[in-house]
Design a protein around this ligand. Structure first.
Ligand SMILES: CC(C)(COP(=O)(O)OP(=O)(O)OC[C@H]1O[C@@H](n2cnc3c(N)ncnc32)[C@H](O)[C@@H]1OP(=O)(O)O)[C@@H](O)C(=O)NCCC(=O)NCCS
Length: 145
């Protein structure tokens, strides 16, 4: 497996992986344009690629708001899960945050025991009993890029 940066031609496979793992897609506001915007803003979409078949088998989307790195859409394609690849992908993600010299934060559903196990093993500490809020509607009068 290799870990590399996202390329535009990966989008179809990335979207298929996000949908197959229940991590969402354009209906959650995650599309090609948003990926490119987060990269321009100092983030990264890490791709785990099978170096033999060149398939995308994992993603880790790291966004940067200038203060912290946020980890999103950390997932392994269902037919490649359970093979220990997530540790390698997480290590690549943490390396990016270290290089930036920034804290790294994530949200994980409290029932997602597998992911929680991986994150705590990677050094993440639970923050406490916070609830998460969002406004999904982006606003019709938003400035075009
Ligand atoms: C979470 C995810 C990335 C983990 O990748 P994976 O390929 O399934 O996991 P790995 O094989 O790399 O490692 C899993 C580890 O968790 C452990 N594990 C497996 N099932 C578990 C469970 N139900 N509870 C706790 N730990 C579990 C395994 O034993 C293994 O640890 P080990 O190496 O000590 O044996 C993957 O399952 C995934 O993509 N899930 C869907 C998307 C998702 O939920 N992402 C997180 C969003 S916050």
């Amino acid at each position: 497996m290799i870990i590399r940066d996202y390329r535009n031609e990966d989008y179809g496979q990335v979207l298929a992986l996000w949908e197959a793992t229940g991590m969402g897609g354009p209906e959650r506001g995650d599309d090609e344009r948003v990926i490119r915007r987060t990269i321009r803003a100092g983030g990264k979409l890490l791709i785990m690629e099978d170096e033999v078949t060149h398939e995308v088998i994992g993603t880790s989307w790291l966004t940067c708001n200038g203060r912290r790195i946020y980890l999103h859409h950390f997932g392994i394609r269902p037919d490649r899960q359970g093979m220990g690849y997530s540790e390698f992908l997480l290590e690549g993600s943490l390396r990016f945050a270290r290089r930036k010299g920034m804290q790294i934060k994530l949200e994980v559903h409290r029932t997602n025991a597998r992911a929680i196990n991986i994150y705590t093993r990677g050094g993440f500490k639970r923050l406490g009993d916070y609830d998460v809020y969002i406004i999904r509607e982006a606003g019709a009068d938003a400035d075009e890029e």
